[in-house]
Design a protein around this ligand. Structure first.
Ligand code: C2E
Ligand code: MG
Ligand code: MG
Length: 633
């Protein structure tokens, strides 16, 4: 007894620590968390009963007959409940919750219940075990217990493997396999050495794996706000969308990226934390999530007055947030999903909400966008574009169109911009505005970018650029591509493979890339050293910072077409002074979106070096481009 207790004490302490950890941090109300806490209790009770039962068995005397029966029965019942809970936990990890109809649940509880009944009635039937004058003895139906333990293990592993895709990553999948392997080892051990207490040690190891892979509260908490994070939101919606009886209210800080730049990242982070604290203290009954980039999502009971909630949050935002001495004035707008909205998946729920948030951002402050059919169709369209995009990239079917860039000195074509095109199944073009953001989100932008560069290089190799009058071709580079470490190496390899000079390609990057400025500069420097040239695209679209440009090795700045159109409709001083600043800084300037002669003249008068727009030509397929412009050589 002494030795078994001394080996069990560390296990008990570890389990109690896990219990304390569970209650020390807020948890989202989802099945996985509820099962985890039940598991901790069941593990603790089973281990305690195991010690008591083996003590009673080893020190058996006839006058302790009843006590020995009771401890053994309790141990077997606790063991069965614990195996069922481990199985239920595995099932909840792979989202079998939706099968969690009453019937499904009871079918899977049946082996546990039948075996538990056999254990409890063994007092009379002696089926599972019996207590004789010599003490504990296995009964003829003991195999039922082992079968039950193995049944839950086999079904768990089966469900995990079949539904592998439901895991968010390899760590989760292997974590689920690992804790079941520990359980299986424990069950094997106990069937060979029935009196050993090792099964509880194996079980503890399973609990540790579960904690490390799934139940560490940091996985579902946003560090700055202490609110639940995007992972938590996903897990929560996965479960809640079956119930459809919640109100989801989202609010978003307008122009979050720009404001972050203006106030500075530390102040804005403090602001986000203050908002988190405000939500936690003012609405403790509401589950609040922080879903990156200034977006907060609240889940409330179906009978919550959504208008009242929006009003009271909006009122708080009329005042500033005191971020360590910096007064933050933040404008927000809302998106709302009413209870009962019929959505078929968590992804659809979240994306419809994001789509409504995006709509709200474009409207007035305080506006409430209600999730409706358009948000749902937008998301369905996104999924179909995603499929087409993935197929197109996989089969390298992406098309490259070219749009000429004209120099203002002689109104002669000197360059072109390569623009990506994909087609749907009917052969209709899908706009890059639709597929580039998706490619950036799912990571295929890297391959797409390389394919565009390679096809542009091949075009240059196959057509003498001089004969078309081109000195260079601009290729767009997404900011996401800068986060890939080997972009310099892979782009260099493509240019070298095609036997070209680096300066024949100019890489266009947009202003938003400048958000993570130091990383961008580092990557740009290493690429410029190799001979690449950079062009700043769409200047004026976002929050522009002239001083930052000084340090960047751009050869040319392209003024966003909105700015050009605004000036042509209503001449102002902004654009002329911007262009003259660029020129004094040594950059050449391109005006985008030139649609007619008047616009071209206006931009020439302001001193632009290059023009691009439908007035000269729309983007053309490569064969059409050579056909149209070869004659100008
Ligand atoms: P961008 O780089 O600013 O490209 C110019 C866009 O303006 C092109 O749209 C072009 O067709 C359009 N445009 C040119 N002249 C005019 C005009 O006079 N009037 C009007 N209304 N539009 C004009 P497109 O091809 O739809 O591309 C949209 C954006 O998608 C591009 O904007 C670029 O940011 C992105 N994109 C396109 N191809 C690629 C690519 O290969 N890689 C990456 N990362 N982004 C790309
Ligand atoms: Mg561009
Ligand atoms: Mg542009």
């Amino acid at each position: 007894m002494i030795s078994s207790v001394s080996t069990a004490i560390p296990s008990f302490i570890i389990l109690i620590l896990f219990l304390a950890c569970f209650f020390s941090a807020p948890r989202i109300p989802i099945l996985t968390n509820r099962l985890y806490i039940l598991l901790l209790f069941a593990t603790l009770v089973t281990a305690a009963m195991n010690i008591l039962a083996s003590y009673a068995n080893r020190n058996f005397s006839v006058d302790r007959f009843i006590v020995t029966y009771i401890f053994n029965t309790l141990f077997f019942v606790a063991l069965l409940v614990r195996s069922y809970l481990f199985f239920a936990y595995s099932a909840s990890l792979v989202n079998l919750n939706h099968y969690n109809t009453r019937m499904f649940a009871w079918v899977f509880r049946l082996p546990m219940i039948i075996t538990a009944v056999v254990a409890v009635t063994s007092f009379k039937t002696k089926a599972l075990f019996r207590i004789t004058d010599a003490g504990f003895e296995k009964g003829p139906f003991m195999y039922l217990l082992y079968m039950c333990l193995y049944f839950y293990l086999i079904v768990s592993v089966f469900a995990i493997i079949i539904h592998k895709k439901n895991f968010s990553g390899a760590r989760d999948f292997w974590g689920a396999i690992a804790f079941n392997v520990f359980l299986a080892s424990g069950s094997l051990y106990v069937s060979v050495f029935p009196t050993s207490l090792m099964i509880d040690t194996f079980c503890l190891m399973s609990v540790i794996v579960i904690f490390l892979c799934f139940e560490n509260p940091d996985f579902r908490t946003e560090a700055r706000t202490g609110l639940f994070n995007g992972n938590a939101l996903h897990d929560y919606l996965q479960e809640m969308h079956y119930k459809k009886n919640i109100l989801l209210l989202a609010f978003v800080i307008k122009n979050y990226q720009d404001i972050r730049e203006i106030y500075g990242i530390p102040s804005m982070d403090t602001g986000i934390r203050l908002i988190g604290n405000y939500l936690k203290t003012s609405y403790p009954e509401i589950t609040s999530f922080y879903f990156k980039e200034g977006r907060f999502i609240l889940s409330a009971d179906a009978d919550t007055d959504a208008d009242e909630l929006c009003k009271s949050i909006a009122e708080r935002f009329e005042n500033s947030w005191d971020a360590k001495g910096v007064e933050l004035y933040l404008n927000i707008c809302f998106a709302r999903m009413d209870p009962g909205t019929d959505l078929s998946s968590a992804d659809l729920t979240l994306n419809a909400l994001i789509s409504a948030m995006n709509r709200a951002v474009k409207s007035d402050d305080g506006f409430v966008a209600v999730v409706g059919d358009k948000d749902i169709t937008d998301y369905i369209k996104e999924i179909s574009v995603k499929k087409i995009l993935e197929l197109t990239v996989e089969e390298n079917l992406i098309e490259v169109f070219l749009q000429p860039i004209v120099e203002t000195a002689h109104l002669r074509i000197v360059g072109a911009e390569a623009l990506a095109r994909i087609r749907d199944r009917e052969g209709r073009f899908i706009s890059p505005e639709d597929f580039i953001p998706i490619a950036e989100k799912n990571g295929c932008i890297t391959t797409l970018g390389e394919q565009i560069l390679d096809k542009t290089c091949k075009f240059i190799k196959e057509n003498s650029l001089d004969s078309i009058g081109l000195s260079w071709i601009n290729v767009n580079l997404s900011p996401i591509q800068f986060f890939v470490n080997d972009i310099a190496a892979s782009y260099e390899e493509i240019i070298r493979r095609n036997g070209l000079d680096y300066n024949i390609i100019r890489l266009e990057i947009t202003e938003e890339s400048m958000v993570s400025h130091s990383l961008l500069l580092k990557q740009m420097e290493s690429m410029t050293e190799k001979g690449f040239q950079f062009v700043l695209d769409d200047y004026g679209k976002g929050y522009s910072n002239l001083s930052r440009l000084h340090k960047c090795p751009f050869v040319n700045i392209k003024i966003d077409m909105e700015l050009v159109w605004a000036y042509c409709n209503n001449p102002n001083l902004l654009l002329p002074s911007m262009i003259s600043s660029f020129k004094s800084m040594g950059f050449t300037v391109t005006a985008e979106g030139i649609e007619n002669r008047e616009m071209a003249d206006a931009m020439i008068a302001l001193g632009c070096d290059y023009l691009q727009g439908y007035y000269f030509s729309k983007p053309l397929s490569m064969p059409d481009f050579t056909k149209a412009f070869a004659i100008f050589a």
